[in-house]
Design a protein around this ligand. Sequence first.
Ligand code: ZN
Length: 151
Amino acid sequence: MLECGYCEKLSAYHDGRLDATARSMLEQHLGHCPVCTPELDRLGRLSALLKGAGAVEMPVGAMRRFHATAEAAGSFSLNRLAEALTAVAATILVACGLWMWSLSMTGRSTRAPVWEASVLQRPSETPAGQEDQFAVWVVQDLSLENGHDSN
Ligand SMILES: [Zn+2]
C-alpha cells in the first residue's frame, strides 16, 4: 500500500475535526494525490455503511446469563486464590514454628558449631584439639598482635 504523510489526517478531515488551516492544506493536497483521494472515498463509504447498519442489541436472557457468568467467574477465582494463599501461609507458619520448637528442644539453637565457638573465643582460651586448630590459626592471624589491624 502506498503511503502519504497526509493519510493520518484523513479521518479527522472526514469527521470535521481539522482546523481551518489544516483543512485548507489537505484540500489542496487532495487535488493531486493518488493515495489520499481514494482513501478518503473509502472512509466515506465505510462511514455510510456503519450508519446504515444500526445498533444490534443482545437479547435480554443472553445479557442476564452473561452478567451472571462474569460475576460468578470473577468472585470464584478471587476467592479460590485467597484461600490457596492463606493455606500456603498457614502451612509455612506451622512448619517454621515446629522447626523452631524442635531446635529449642534439642538445644541446637543455643550452641554454635565448634569452629564458630573457637573464633569467638580469645586465642588463649581456645582449645587446641585437631578439629579446631584451623580456627585457632585464623584467630591468631587476625588478631591485633600480628599487626593486621593497627592503623
Ligand atoms: Zn496524500
